[in-house]
Design a protein around this ligand. Sequence first.
Ligand code: NAP
Length: 380
Amino acid sequence: MVASGIQPRAITYNMLIRGVCKKHMVKEVDKLLDEMVRMGCTPDSIAYTLVIEGQFGRSFLSSYQDESKKSETMCDNKSMFILGMGFVGTCFAHQLKSNGWEVFGTCTNENKKNKLEQMGFNMFTFEADKDGQEALSAIQDMSHLLISIPPVVGLGDPVLSLHQDFLRIILRDSKLCWLGYLSSTSVYGDCGGAWVDEESPTKPSKSSALARLAAEKDWLDLGRDLCVCVNILRLGGIYGPGRSAVDTIIKRKSLSNDHRTRESKRYTARVHVADISQAIKASMDLSSSGKIYNVVDDDPAPREEVFSFAYNLIEQKWPGKFTQAPMGSAPFKHLVGEKRVSNNRLKEELGVNLIYPSYKLGLQSIVETIKTRLISHGFW
Ligand SMILES: NC(=O)c1ccc[n+]([C@@H]2O[C@H](COP(=O)([O-])OP(=O)(O)OC[C@H]3O[C@@H](n4cnc5c(N)ncnc54)[C@H](OP(=O)(O)O)[C@@H]3O)[C@@H](O)[C@H]2O)c1
């Protein structure tokens, strides 16, 4: 054809591929695909469909299409299981419930279970180191699973360490289509104040961060083996209504040793719980399997600056009522865990528009509502 001056086009090659496929001439198919590329005709979806049909038969493609349709339908099913309905889990559960989702979750004690049930959630008590088969069995009917239980030093992820075989069996033919793991920016370790993103090497120094990284890997492996989309969300320091510098000052709590040590950092990644909820939802909607996202705000300010700002906000609103936060004298420590965590992927790929890009906006909104909240909890 070429010799007689006729320039073959993609359609010409597709007809040739159909012909050789009918005769099961597998090597000829490869040659034609190579020639297509050499002649500047990129094989299109028709070419690949013909090749797949030719090699595996029409039934393969239709069963594959049925499978994808099935998984789309499953993912349309709005049921979420949250392993660990703590601060983030509960906030996210409220958001899902108000959007028509059915939410199931776990906590470790009966009292909390009852309270969460009164809020309309389907709850199980679950302690990873005890028999948890009743709670875990419920996951097989869910479309989505969020893991919010922290790893344990020396054990790794407590759910996978103790229940992995059981989970693999019950989830093999389950409805699950998305799995999210709440991790931490601690996995990057100390980077001397440099910017890090999701492609940066992880070099955890603390044993808790090492356990966190191992847990990430184990959940990614499980998701891959089960053909379930997995997202890892690396969270900065979490704050929100009920857990913030403003709450610490007003409740006159003193900072823990760990918190005081963190004051010696020049940069601290943090994020408001409402923005974490946004990020989780956006990653569920995108379903980009295997992806990791940093979930932090734009302003990695030192803790000392955050506490001063919180104190000034409180002074303006209730002059003289509260004293400066009892910071204590920070034990001497050289600067560790220093890094600035980039949230570019969160914004560009997940399209998240942060509600609280800086702790200043986050704390202002907390101060505006805190009195009502604390009165209802008997703190005021
Ligand atoms: N705090 C931060 O600044 C920060 C920063 C980055 C990442 N993270 C991580 O992000 C995730 C969500 O944070 P969060 O602040 O929402 O956590 P959280 O409030 O402490 O909630 C953790 C949940 O896990 C449950 N849990 C803990 N140990 C368990 C065990 N051995 N077996 C079964 N359940 C267990 C808790 O049960 P109960 O409800 O009964 O207590 C709770 O529901 C956690 O993994 C956390 O470590 C936290």
